[in-house]
Design a protein around this ligand. Structure first.
Ligand code: NAP
Length: 475
């Protein structure tokens, strides 16, 4: 399949590209291998210089990049600008901290003086989704590049403009040729890229289906993989919660990016005693959302990225309604556009698809529970484990519940969000491995034990120590 971007609001085709042939892929991967030979020997200072420059360019070009994002996948203009600025912050974070995280460490082990030396692996294949077309790529690439790896991007086939712009961004910032390359390839060509000896590891952000396939290909090739997959985050509203505050946050968590975020609140698990009030206030807020042209400031709900995604979402909604769910607002779709109305369905039960599957669009599902214990059981009764939030006026109780949530990102009285300084990732079928923070940059490295024994010379203990420290400092 070739790359094709259709503006979700106007329906206009804005980009197309044929996929590369096997020969073209080989020759581009050869450039990556060559770049790695040079980049792995670079100093942290040189890597940081590149990422600081990338950050500066991102900020300078924020409007231009935001326009690309809005045109290709329909994100609201101000959300797209915020995404680009977040990328700049992510680059600066690793530029400032990678050396601290990855420098050699002297340890007392193996009966001799030993260094833990962290070294890059090679080219990391980044298979990325369209929903945050800049951030997902930069989140992965900034860590990989600061660790001394190269990046080979396979972006989603509906964001080819963003993919090309990201490759150019790195070149404009002064990256050596091959350090960051974009391959226009289909998902079926991912297999041959993973199998290629140039690729040392693979990171995939996307759906479960893609995750299963990529992880098994990486397993066949015995290459490390990292999976950032979908979620069905619970938003647990307890009886003592400030309902107005919870509703304000429910609105932004569920409808931001037209509901197309892995960490959007997807299951609103609400204790019976406050459920009527929560649903009524939520409905009042939701009916104020204005869906339309994402480039206009007056629009508060974006179209979805593609028509097939609206159709899939509507099938999930129809299944729920058929099984007895109540439509609170919205849920009307006639298959003629990418505009899906802001919707809420109540009385959702475990027989329904929306209870068990990820709902990737502007539809909130309400699951009523009798008490906190049932809320936690429902929250954890999911095959996903990405994030979750708890809303209560008792923050100690909130923390205790958050600790018991089976997920990678648990928040109390705040929506789930990512921050370059905090580890991000999931458990269960939401994937494995972590991005961001010190943990993320250590995913694709060789953590090498380097043990040096002195047995012949006349070095004193102090001289031995000083040699080792000099060795550590020079690295
Ligand atoms: P997707 O359809 O899985 O696509 C993601 C990427 O994988 C695209 O580049 C896609 O290429 C490729 N791909 C798809 N099937 C593949 C296969 N069998 N083998 C190899 N590559 C394959 O997901 P999406 O619709 O773009 O993104 C939405 C999903 O991503 C949601 O489930 C969302 O929750 C998840 N997500 C997770 C996170 C996280 O951090 N956990 C963040 C953002 C999104 P093509 O476009 O060419 O098919």
């Amino acid at each position: 399949m070739s790359y094709l971007s259709i503006n979700p609001y106007s329906g206009e085709q804005v980009f197309s590209a044929e996929t590369l042939s096997s020969e073209q892929i080989k020759s581009m991967l050869a450039k990556s291998a060559e770049a790695f030979l040079c980049w792995k020997a670079s100093l942290y200072r040189q890597r940081a210089e590149l990422l600081f420059k990338v950050a500066d360019l991102l900020e300078e070009r924020a409007d231009e990049y935001a326009a690309m994002i809005t045109s290709e996948m329909g994100k609201l203009r101000h959300e797209a600008v915020a995404e680009v600025f977040k990328c700049a912050a992510g680059c600066r974070y690793y530029a400032e901290n990678a050396e601290i995280f990855l420098s050699d460490k002297l340890i007392d082990a193996c009966g001799s003086r030993t260094i833990v030396s962290i070294q890059p692996l090679g080219a990391v294949l980044a298979v990325m989704p369209w929903n945050f077309p800049f951030w997902q790529v930069i989140r992965c690439a900034s860590a990989a590049i600061m660790a001394g790896n190269c990046v080979v991007l396979k972006h989603a086939s509906n964001v080819g403009i963003c993919a090309g712009a990201l490759e150019k961004l790195f070149l404009d910032a002064g990256a050596i040729e091959g350090l960051f390359i974009n391959l226009y390839i289909s998902s079926s060509q991912v297999a041959e890229v993973i199998a290629d000896p140039v690729i040392a590891a693979v990171a995939l952000t996307g759906s479960e289906a893609a995750g299963r396939s990529v992880a098994s290909l990486a397993g066949q090739a015995i290459k490390p993989s990292l999976l950032e997959l979908g979620g069905s985050d619970p938003f647990i509203v307890l009886g003592d919660a400030d309902i107005e505050f919870a509703v304000e946050n429910a609105l932004s968590s569920r409808y931001m990016n037209a509901g197309q975020s892995c960490i959007a609140a997807k299951r609103f698990v609400v204790v019976d005693s406050v459920a009527d009030k929560f649903v009524e206030l939520f409905k009042q807020k939701v009916q104020l959302l204005t869906v339309g042209d994402p480039a206009l400031e007056s629009t508060t709900l974006a179209p979805m990225a593609r028509k097939d995604l609206c159709e899939e979402l509507h099938q999930q909604v129809q299944d729920a309604v058929g099984c007895g769910a109540t439509v609170v607002i919205g849920c009307e779709y006639y298959g003629d556009s990418c505009i899906y109305p802001a919707s809420i369905i109540d009385n959702v039960t475990e027989q329904m698809r929306v209870y068990n599957e990820e709902v990737f669009g502007p539809v909130a599902t309400i699951i009523r529970v009798k008490d906190e214990a049932e809320a936690v059981a429902v929250a954890n009764g999911s095959r996903f484990g990405l994030g979750g939030s708890v809303w209560t006026s008792d923050s100690d109780k909130g923390e205790s519940i958050a600790r018991s949530l089976e997920c990678g990102n648990a928040f109390v009285n705040s929506i789930v969000k990512s921050d370059p300084k905090a580890p991000f990732g999931g458990i269960k079928e939401s994937g494995y491995g972590r991005e961001l923070s010190e943990y993320g940059i250590k995913e694709f490295v060789n953590i090498k034990t380097l043990s040096v024994s002195y047995h012949s010379g006349s070095d004193t203990e102090e001289e031995k120590d000083s040699k080792l420290y000099r060795a550590v400092e020079q690295r």
